[in-house]
Write a protein that binds this ligand. Structure first.
Ligand code: SF4
Ligand code: SF4
Length: 700
């Protein structure tokens, strides 16, 4: 796999951009219910996909009635050939283009250039990347990767004169050059943000005047649009318009919004491109990706995109959503390395205008990639061979525990690792297996099978997951003590894997085996309190996709994260029992991806931490950004994992807090290991541990 490198200057540009984008977006969405808007848009797009052919036919009929010529293209080659044919018919030697990612998808510029038609970009960003002989690296801001100094140097080379580096001067120069292109062109090409079936109009949303010039000045206007852009009515297009600028650039409206129904110029052609989108729409596992309105919000908040940019994290389309389009449009093989770059952190989904479950779709893609293109031997062994076979899984953990001495286990960390593991502990110390598993320790501390024997309240089952069972049993014991003290009959679920790691790695069958083994041994006669949000997601959501049995449904209903259980049921009691914490304890809180983005349990956890410490949380910058653990991600992408951890540690350090609390044992592994490697005097703790200490003793 190609090693992805992080360019510190690009990283800074993209991270600064992301922060200012988030502020602008927040302001632009004030007074609007984003959830309501995007739920409506997703429903419109789903309906339009269900009726795609019918709506396209209606669009065609209405567009023709207004004087447009509508053509269909099955793939990029057909679209390019159709556009060339139009150019030849009208004697076009020069074409001016408004921004069109679809023409990047078909490779139109090169195709036309080889056949004597010069296609010139007139969107500022596209024009810059064209003269730099590069590709767009962002769907909305194609030249986001270039600084104004880069652009000034580029212009100076092209114009063979000195060029000032200030942005207004650069824009003025570019505008002058681009206008010449537009007025010299015999054809203009644009994309479309929506195709409106009821009247055959196209919606075009731009921030620069070039869109209007390109569609009206040259005698021929060509629209290159993909089939999923069709929506039934103008009202539907307006629903899209309400969200697109707000979510894309944090603007309430873009500078130019055009509804074009029929030719302004002598002739208008609309080329409707499929390029495997019909196949994608017919596949229920991937269909949701076609709701995409190319707003790029997912890129703006994606931790990996912020590190690599759209040069590295792209084939043509960028980021997680781009990976999905790449797989369908450009081939599975082109998407393989990209799919491995996604953390499956689900951060993008919280911002997606069309509610696309990008991370889950990438998991589905990983399954397909494993099936159709094979996967690394170590992954087959680890996830299919071991994690997917409960007996082998338990044996592997026993072997790991027996190796404590060999790895120099001390204070919970492994101090001597085999040479092949060095690259994984360079940026964070790795833990050693605990001397005893949680199951054993629990039996010792709570010898009765239902503990405590005199429990006043009904049974509660704790499920810790593999990391708690084998590496951090103290978290499980802390949760058990809290619940027992509150009067619950505490039980411990079997110490088996929930099946998430194989599922995430694309081994669905192995995941199903692991989940079934756990489910078979699990008693469900009360709440199942989880200590790992990833396991909670598996038990409450993903497990149901694999096993639709009544028992799986009961388990899904019973699952509740530890913090939420306490806040919803025992807040007053815990307040009354809490001992005073020593003065001066300060904590910050790290949002684990699944805890926030899938379980929405982050508020409850903050309440627990504040209660435990008797003080408010000092929020860190971008608390909800992944720490870089993400299961086996750090094995596939240690460089990216290290960068993300370094950013997280810097954010923690900046708060000045002595404790960083969290709810995921995976994040704990990463952040605790990072603090240890860097010698940071910050304690990384699970919320259950903090609450247990608060109820047990003062003077901590
Ligand atoms: S899941 Fe995370 S890493 Fe993957 S595309 Fe979304 S934001 Fe990026
Ligand atoms: S996936 Fe969602 S957030 Fe990303 S570009 Fe498409 S609509 Fe926008």
């Amino acid at each position: 796999m190609k090693k992805r490198t992080v360019d510190p200057a690009l990283k800074k540009v993209l991270q600064d951009f992301s922060l200012s984008y988030l502020t602008k977006r927040r302001t632009a969405l004030e007074g609007y219910d984003f959830e309501e808007l995007r739920t409506r848009l997703a429903a419109i797009k789903d309906d339009a996909l269900d009726r795609n052919e019918e709506l396209l036919a209606r669009f065609e009929e209405n567009a023709r009635a207004h004087g447009s010529v509508v053509l269909r293209a099955r793939d990029g080659a057909e679209a390019n050939a159709a556009i060339l044919e139009i150019c030849r018919r009208h004697g076009v030697r020069k074409m001016a283009k408004s921004k069109s990612m679809v023409s990047e998808e078909t490779g139109l510029n090169d195709y036309l250039a080889e056949r004597g038609v010069e296609a010139r970009e007139t969107d500022l960003g596209e024009w810059i990347v064209q003269i730099a002989a590069e590709r767009p690296t962002h769907m909305v801001m194609p030249a986001i990767h270039l600084t104004r100094q880069d652009v000034a140097a580029l212009f100076a080379r092209r114009l063979e004169r000195d060029v000032p580096e200030d942005i207004p001067s650069l824009v003025r120069i570019a505008r002058g050059e681009m206008r010449k292109e537009i007025f010299a062109a015999q054809a203009g090409l644009s994309g479309a943000n929506a195709l409106i079936a009821e009247n055959g109009a196209i919606l075009l949303v731009t921030n620069e005047g070039n869109g209007r010039l390109v569609t009206t000045v040259p005698p021929v206007h060509i629209v290159l649009a993909t089939i999923e852009k069709v929506v039934p009515t103008t009202a539907d297009a307006l629903a899209l318009l309400k969200l697109l600028p707000r979510n894309a650039t944090g603007q309430t409206i873009t500078s130019y919004v055009s509804f074009i129904a029929g030719p302004h110029a002598a002739a208008q052609y609309i080329v409707l491109l499929d390029n495997h989108r019909s196949e994608m729409a017919a596949d229920p596992a991937f269909r949701a990706a076609l709701r995409c309105i190319k707003c790029s919000a997912c890129l703006n908040v994606c931790p990996v995109y912020q590190l690599l940019g759209g040069g590295e994290y792209a084939h043509i389309y960028m980021g997680g959503i781009g990976t999905l389009f790449t797989a369908w449009i450009h081939g599975l093989d082109k998407s393989k390395a990209l799919a491995k770059l996604c953390l499956r952190c689900h951060r993008c989904e919280a911002y997606c205008a069309a509610k696309i479950p990008i991370a889950d779709l990438i998991t589905a893609l990983a399954e397909r990639l494993n099936r159709e293109t094979g996967t690394a031997l170590w992954k087959r062994l680890a996830f299919d061979g071991v994690m997917g076979r409960p007996r082998l899984q338990q044996a592997a953990f026993r072997v790991a525990r027996a190796g404590r001495k060999a790895v120099g286990a001390k204070d919970g960390f492994a101090r001597r690792l085999p040479a092949w593991m060095k690259k994984y502990d360079r940026f964070r110390a790795l833990p050693s297996p605990a001397p005893a598993a949680l199951t054993k320790l629990f039996k010792k501390e709570f010898p009765s099978s239902v503990a405590p024997a005199n429990a006043a309240k009904g049974p509660v089952t704790i499920y810790g997951g593999c990391l708690v069972e084998h590496f951090y049993p103290e978290i499980g014991l802390a949760a058990a003590r809290v619940l027992a003290r509150l009067g619950y009959a505490v039980r411990l679920a079997p110490g088996l894997c929930c099946g998430f790691p194989p599922s995430n790695a694309g081994f669905r069958k192995a995941s199903g085996r692991a989940f079934a083994a756990l489910l078979g041994k699990m008693g469900i006669d009360g709440p199942v309190v989880t200590l790992c949000p990833t396991c909670a997601t598996m038990l409450s959501k993903r497990g149901l996709e694999i096993d639709g049995s009544e028992k799986a449904k009961s388990l899904a209903k019973a699952v509740i994260p530890f913090g939420r259980f306490i806040v919803e049921n025992e807040l007053a009691a815990v307040r009354g029992m809490r001992k005073n914490a020593p003065a001066g304890l300060t904590a910050t809180y790290h949002d684990s991806c699944h805890h926030k983005n899938l379980l929405a349990a982050e508020r409850a956890s903050r309440t627990i931490v504040e209660l435990a410490l008797g003080a408010g949380i000092v929020e860190m910058d971008e608390a909800d950004k992944c720490c870089g653990f993400a299961g086996s991600y750090s094995l596939d992408n240690p460089e990216i994992s290290a960068e993300l951890l370094a950013d997280k540690l810097a954010a923690i350090e900046k708060t000045g807090a002595g404790i960083v609390a969290m709810d995921c044992p995976g994040c704990l592994l990463q952040i605790r290991g990072g603090c240890r490697s860097r010698g940071l005097a910050v304690r990384a703790a699970h919320t259950a541990e903090l609450l247990d200490e608060a109820l047990t003793h003062s003077g901590r």
